[in-house]
Design a protein around this ligand. Structure first.
Ligand SMILES: [Zn+2]
Length: 615
């Protein structure tokens, strides 16, 4: 008896272990960077040493490794240069500018003295990628130590990173160090850099930057030696004496996938505290064009509170807004934005980039493969936040602009499936419209399919379950399915994996024996559940809801003030659907498809019919 209890306990353990494993097949690599860099502000060059502890959590034995050397893209003849001189609609900041860079203006990043666990490893530089033939294979579960020296030159600001940007900020230091490519279930992501998205390994950064004492430095990490560097970091009452020699700034950034810093001698550094949240740091060049930065801290405190409440709690203790770069770009715990802006634009860009902390910084999707999951979701969330900050009483749809952007893509025939790799879009216009506009529409339209409450519950659950990982489209869809109880694979297959469009119309209205029949037609290739509002001449409103068979269920009633009538499911193979309304036509004032205006119907002109109108 005793033995059998023991045996069954063991069996139970084995079984339950299997169950846990089946659910947690997910794995990700782990990295710790220790970087020390000496920066020369006269030559714009820097030399450094980097020690990496890399843990292979994959089930594979690795014999190679790849590092990104992004600076090398800023050289005449580089892939990024050629791409921007040959694509039909080059980015206006780039065009042929790389081809004209002088030796003092180009960027470079070269690695030497590369060792793995003390043994020399062979390295080959192929423009923006360093290939490493490992000295010994890294087995599953093993940790290797890489050491290397590097020498870099910060390019004149063209795109994202660089020196001396259009507003005179000296250094915008993003993608500046040899950055290990991510290895995931798809293998290595050693794509050459041609000027777009990023993807990195999760881990801890320990960074020491030694630079001219007049410079103020801010970026991704927490300062470790505030009372040595001063410049607004020091504790209250501490006086930091001015140094004539270079200062070493020591930062630590835990659990991030990248590290950015900006530096300028004119930076003003101010902070603001979000109650129960992070300390916000702002670095900008004071002047008439940056006057509105004085108003920014208080507004961003309010924005961070709204963001954390609605989309999940921001987990770091700090966020830095650094003037620099060429527009706005997100990095872990920080952003680089251009600063000469009026208040609306300044808040707009700061809210957008701060929200990338959620959709990219913390939910580290592969931006190259799924740009809509970071740009689109960020646009959706920041549209909502801007609405809350500046227009809380208006009933205007905050996502209206995103729908317009998506429709323009169809009108201009630049639409491609959202499964395209960011670098491989035929046009920049097609990429932007898909990543930003259609990505935001994807979420807003999902609220139409599963209900607004389910969508927001799903967004918070997605954030909590997938933070500090690399979620994929399927991971998001699965959470939305669990929250709503509906099947949603069809939504991804049509809206993400294809360029099918939505068009429903009211085809005909007939009356028979005192009852009205509305014939609805699916004119587009993409099926959708239908909401059809019927308003009577006595101004009673009934919302008829027609789910799709393929959804295997219904969303809950959203607006309790309107009568809600669930109709028979629509099988998508039928191009038309006949809806019976238990009223004579003489009592009906109007019928309208999608009155909440959340469906991305490409032809809205055929969605509504009016009757019995006196005027
Ligand atoms: Zn963005």
């Amino acid at each position: 008896m005793k033995i059998s209890i023991k045996l069954s306990l063991i069996l139970l353990l084995i079984l339950s272990n299997k169950v846990i494993n089946a659910q947690s097949g997910y794995w990700q690599q782990k990295i710790d960077y220790k970087i020390e860099v000496d920066f020369d502000v006269k030559t714009n060059q820097y030399e450094g040493e980097q020690t990496i502890k890399y843990t292979n959590n994959s089930p594979d034995t690795l014999s190679k490794a790849f590092f990104h050397l992004y600076n090398n893209a800023f050289q005449p003849g580089s892939m990024m240069d050629v791409r921007n001189r040959t694509i039909s609609d080059p980015h206006p900041y780039v065009r042929d500018r790389i081809s004209k860079l002088t030796p003092e203006e180009i960027g470079f990043l070269h690695v030497s003295d590369f060792t793995q666990n003390g043994k020399k490893a062979n390295i080959t530089e192929e423009e923006t990628i360093l290939s490493v033939e490992l000295a010994e294979p890294i087995l599953p579960g093993a940790t290797a130590t890489f050491k290397m020296k590097f020498k870099g030159q910060t390019p004149l600001q063209i795109r994202r990173s660089g020196r001396d940007n259009a507003e005179g900020i000296r250094y915008s230091m993003s993608q500046w160090y040899p950055k290990l490519s991510e290895y995931d279930i798809m293998g290595w992501h050693s794509n050459p850099y041609i000027g777009r998205e990023f993807y990195g390994v999760w881990g801890d950064f320990d960074v020491k930057i030694t630079i001219d004492p007049t410079y103020v430095v801010g970026g991704s990490g927490y300062i470790q030696n505030p009372n040595e560097v001063g410049h607004g970091y020091q504790s209250a009452g501490i006086k930091v004496k001015k140094s004539k020699k270079p200062i070493t700034w020591h930062f630590k950034a835990p659990n991030v996938h990248d590290f950015m810093w900006g530096a300028d001698p004119d930076f003003k550094h101010v902070t603001a505290q979000v109650p129960g949240g992070p300390t916000l740091h702002f670095y900008y060049q004071p002047g008439s064009e940056t006057k509105d930065w004085e108003l920014l801290p208080d507004i961003m405190v309010k924005a961070f509170q709204f963001m954390s409440e609605n989309f999940g709690k921001y987990p770091y203790d700090q966020f830095s807004v650094v003037q620099g770069g060429d527009g706005g770009m997100e990095y872990p715990m920080s952003t680089l934005i251009t600063g000469n802006r009026r208040l609306g634009s300044l808040v707009g860009v700061t809210v957008h980039e701060a929200f990338h902390s959620w959709y990219q910084g913390i939910l580290g999707t592969n931006e190259s493969l799924y740009p809509w999951m970071d740009e689109g979701f960020t646009s959706y969330a920041s549209n909502k936040t801007m609405h809350y900050l500046f227009n809380p009483d208006s009933h205007e749809n905050p996502q209206r602009g995103s729908y317009r952007g998506y429709f323009m893509n169809i009108i201009n025939a630049t639409d491609e499936p959202m499964t395209i790799h960011s670098d491989h879009y035929l046009t920049n216009a097609g990429y932007s419209s898909n990543a930003y506009s259609k990505g935001a529409v994807f979420l807003h339209q999902l609220s139409y399919i599963i209900g607004e409450e389910n969508l927001m519950t799903g967004m918070r659950r997605y954030f909590n379950e997938w933070q500090f990982k690399h979620p994929t489209p399927n991971d998001l869809i699965r959470i939305m399915e669990k929250v709503s109880g509906l099947e949603l694979d069809w939504y991804r297959e049509h809206f993400i994996n294809s360029i099918n469009t939505i068009d429903y119309s009211i085809e005909s209205i007939t009356e028979k024996e005192g009852k009205t029949y509305v014939e609805i037609k699916r004119a587009g290739n993409m099926p959708m559940p239908i909401e059809l509002m019927v308003e009577t001449i006595s101004e009673e409103k009934v919302l008829h809801y027609i789910p799709l068979v393929i959804m295997r269920g219904e969303k809950p009633q959203e607006n309790k003030e309107i009568i809600w009538k669930v109709e028979k499911d629509w099988a998508w193979t039928s191009p038309t659907y006949l809806l019976l309304i238990d009223l004579p036509l003489s009592e009906i004032k109007s019928v309208e498809i999608d009155p909440s205006d959340r469906m991305a119907d490409v032809n809205k002109g055929n969605n509504k019919k009016l009757f019995n109108n006196e005027n």
